[in-house]
Design a protein around this ligand. Structure first.
Ligand code: DOR
Length: 389
């Protein structure tokens, strides 16, 4: 068993039986796992535009309560995150909240309208870590390709929500809406050599396309959500809460294929697609506070080392942000979690979004302590800002 010493926001020593020095706070992590801080790379904070659904502060509180030290924020706000000023504003607001680190993802096209590519260099300089029109699949392959070519210099990844609108309009649940859009984006990734990340993969056919892309050494990564890893469309009939989500819940064959893809490395990251809403009908679930338990429920046999890779090391690598390591000198972002059963009660959520298909479910794992830049920001679900300590 090893001890970790943290000083001035960084990890300064790792060793056996470190002796506490004067004034040092000691956190007892026996019977728990100590991991590099978890990063949720797909989160919808609702500011600017819809603070009644979530604010940057409540979203960050939900993140640290759920064991996340950092999150990447999607740009489907109102207005969309498509200017350097807005990217800076999101970062500053998160800094003021003093909880999780927030990495803004900027839009690929102005207003997420699928027409005019944004100024990738300026947005990247302002702090955008990736680009996405999330929620909207860019319909025109020409726009998508020319945007990818222009974005190359920024070195930033494109994250795409893959649902072909025309197919989806004909049949909301047709898996070809996803697999056809994934195939197209993989072809564009190959043609442009831009690093590409496929958001919330939900179908067997999309998994197969991504596995094939990896074999061809196309720079393509992918994520899976808690709800797509646990529930089928048939399960959804039993939920009391609304069940609408994009992409939709799928068949048992798809869920099995997705779990298998996590085990064999086709899926690189877990990401919650935290999508808080104030009403009962808009698509999306509140995910941050159930995610780490839900992944363990879906994949009880997944080795813990691989689990941490999917939640920390790989998201850090894909986004090109610090994290994913506990080596001496690295920022002291730490998640302590344990295999303890608990029952989900959305009334306890720090998020304003209370809708989740996991309501009332028992989950086998939870976060105990979240540490950001050396400060304890969550202990047993009690959240306190860095500046408040
Ligand atoms: O269900 C969803 N809700 N899927 C998305 O891609 C967007 C999200 C939202 O922002 O509410």
């Amino acid at each position: 068993m090893l001890d970790i010493r943290i000083r001035d926001g960084a990890i300064c020593e790792i060793g056996e039986l470190l002796r506490p020095e004067d004034q040092e706070e000691v956190i007892d992590a026996r019977n728990a796992y100590v991991a590099p801080g978890f990063i949720d790379m797909h989160v919808h904070l609702r500011e600017p535009g819809n603070p009644e659904k979530e604010t940057i502060a409540t979203g960050c509180a939900a993140a640290v309560a759920g064991g996340f030290t950092a999150l990447a924020a999607m740009p489907n706000t109102h207005p969309a995150l498509d200017t350097p000023e807005m990217v800076r504003w999101v970062k500053e607001s998160a800094e003021r909240a003093g909880l999780a680190r927030v990495y803004p993802i900027a839009a690929i096209t102005h207003g997420r309208e699928g027409k005019e590519p944004v100024d990738f260099a300026a947005l990247s300089r302002a702090g955008a870590v990736a680009f996405s029109d999330d929620g909207n699949t860019i319909e025109s392959a020409i726009v998508q390709t020319s945007a990818a070519l222009r974005a190359r210099e920024s070195g930033r990844v494109f994250i795409t929500h893959c649902e072909n609108a025309a197919i989806k309009e004909r049949d909301e649940f047709d898996p070809a809406a996803e697999s056809s859009a994934v195939a197209r984006d993989i072809a564009i990734a190959r043609a442009t050599s831009l690093p590409w990340h496929i958001a919330h993969v939900s179908t067997r056919d999309a998994v197969d396309a991504i596995a094939e892309a990896k074999q061809l050494r196309i720079t393509c990564t992918a994520e899976a959500t808690p709800h797509h890893l646990v529930f089928t469309r048939d399960d959804a009939a039993q939920f009391s809460a609304g069940t609408k989500v994009h992409p939709p819940l799928r068949s048992a064959v798809d869920v099995d294929a997705l779990r298998h893809a996590v085990r064999n490395g086709t899926i690189d990251a877990f990401a919650s697609d935290h999508a808080p809403h104030a009403d009962g009908t808009s698509p999306g679930f509140s995910g941050l506070e159930v995610a780490i338990g839900a992944y363990a429920l879906a994949l009880p046999d997944l080795p813990v080392r691989r689990y941490v890779e999917l939640l920390s090391c790989n998201p850090a690598r894909i986004l090109g942000v610090p994290g994913g390591t506990l080596t001496v000198g690295s920022p002291a972002d730490v998640t302590i979690f344990a295999d303890r059963d608990w029952v989900v009660d959305p009334a306890d959520f720090h998020s304003k979004g209370k809708r989740t298909p996991f309501s009332g479910k028992s989950l086998p794992r939870r976060a105990i302590t979240t540490i950001v830049a050396g400060s304890v920001v969550m202990e047993n679900r009690r959240v306190s800002a860095r500046s408040a300590r």
